[in-house]
Design a protein around this ligand. Structure first.
Ligand SMILES: [Zn+2]
Length: 415
């Protein structure tokens, strides 16, 4: 029985009409438009033999009970960034919904194992700066103490916004109960980058999410008059930072999937008539391999010290944030690649630079895989985010195949 990919795409268009304005999708988590999107989703369940509830962290669970309690979970997120695209997150939810419906019909409402669809709460963290909110509560990696007093741009507290949506921040850890019987997790998502388009491939199996090292780097030199200070007497903090900004390209280039970004530079005093006395920069480094990530971090530190000395400056580092790489399950990655190959005749494997809820699920020890579909021009988090509709259909078809393979894989493990 084939999955109805076209119906899923129609639902995506319906959701866009309901929750986007001229600037794009506005399904910001913990806001009325997001709640409206979730209500709309519930209205689509009425003819299916499923149970629905929200867990303690606000994740939305739709369960098709099977002969066995062992569970395959399919999911993604309905929330969006402000002025977001029409596919980020909701493609995964609507794709999973189409697959759930296909499974319900194929097995007359009772598949051999239980299949659940989850819409994670606040994947984007766009309003309060806390990404992967619901999936981290599910995984038990939530950070309530740090998050309780987070505020949005208007000064509203995260804890209060949650309460208005029926979620008590002190109880979100109870979402871990939903892990019971989970045997595998699958997520379909747009790539959000330009790699697949540049390779002329519609789909890829995701190897995992890259780890991130994010640091603030400050070079200290000497503020000095731009007219009176000879070139060879300067201690120019910007010169040292600029050397590092170019060096990180060399550091990243030694590894095929590594990326390094200096996204912010601030100079002090920052006026046209003074040599820069202090330069504050940020560095974001990512790779799927923890050893490579660590090596790149140490290399950037060593080079920054070298450049500081060359320019008569000093340098200090402080970590802003880091997260370990999360490789997905090797056997599920193989199944994902098989499903893609059977659907389009060619396949590819790639790591994900962006983080995803799937990384949290994998971190909780649940075998996980993700399937990417090409993003046009590699653009996401923007109203022009798009994917060819034939590619969307192929993606949902391949994801459906992957779900069937995962169900057999789970059954073989004694599920
Ligand atoms: Zn997303």
């Amino acid at each position: 029985m084939p999955v109805d990919a076209k119906a899923a795409i129609d639902l995506l268009r319906e959701l866009r009409a309901l929750t986007a304005d001229d600037n794009g999708a506005q399904r910001l988590a913990w806001t009325p438009v997001w709640l409206k999107a979730r209500e709309w989703f519930l209205s689509k369940l009425h003819d299916l033999p499923v149970e629905h509830h929200y867990d303690a962290a606000g994740n939305s669970w739709t369960t098709l009970a099977g002969e066995s309690d062992t569970t395959l979970i399919l999911g993604s997120h309905l929330d969006s960034v402000p002025n977001g695209g029409w596919l980020d997150g909701c493609l995964g939810v609507m794709g999973a919904f189409a697959v759930l419906r296909r499974i319900a019909e194929e097995y007359s409402g009772k598949p051999p194992i239980t299949v659940r669809l989850v819409d994670w709460a606040d994947e984007e963290g766009a309003r309060f700066g806390r990404s992967l909110f619901g999936s981290s509560a599910f995984a038990g990696t939530q950070t309530i103490e740090q998050d309780r007093d987070r505020t949005d741009a208007g000064g509203a507290r995260l804890g209060d916004a949650l309460l208005r949506c029926g979620v008590s921040i002190d109880s979100i850890g109870d979402a871990q109960r939903e892990r019971k019987n989970a045997a595998a997790y699958l997520e379909l998502h747009i790539e959000q980058g330009p790699v697949l388009e540049s390779m002329d491939l519609p789909l890829a199996a995701v190897l995992g999410t890259k780890g991130v090292e994010r640091h603030a780097i400050t070079f200290h030199g000497q503020e000095a008059h731009s007219g009176s200070t000879p070139m060879n007497k300067r201690r120019d903090a910007l010169a040292a930072a600029a050397k590092l900004a170019l060096e990180i390209r060399t550091i990243a280039s030694r590894h095929p999937d590594a990326v390094c970004t200096m996204g912010s530079i601030k100079t002090f005093p920052g006026i046209v008539t003074a040599v820069v006395g202090r330069c504050e920069a940020t560095l974001d480094q990512r790779d799927l391999d923890a050893q490579i990530l660590d090596a790149m971090y140490r290399e950037a530190q060593e080079k920054s010290t070298q450049f500081a000395i060359e320019e008569g400056c000093t340098v200090e580092w402080s970590r802003i944030w880091n997260i370990a790489p999360e490789p997905f399950h090797p056997e599920l990655i193989d199944l994902c690649e098989e499903a893609i190959y059977e659907t389009v005749g060619r396949s590819h494997r790639m790591p994900s630079g962006p983080l995803h809820d799937a990384a949290e699920v994998s971190r909780a020890g649940i075998p996980t895989a993700m399937l990417f579909v090409q993003s046009l021009k590699g653009i996401s988090h923007n109203k022009i985010e798009d994917t060819r509709s034939d590619h969307l259909e192929l993606a949902i078809t391949a994801f459906d195949r992957l779900a069937s393979k995962a169900m057999r894989w789970i059954a073989k493990q004694g599920g």
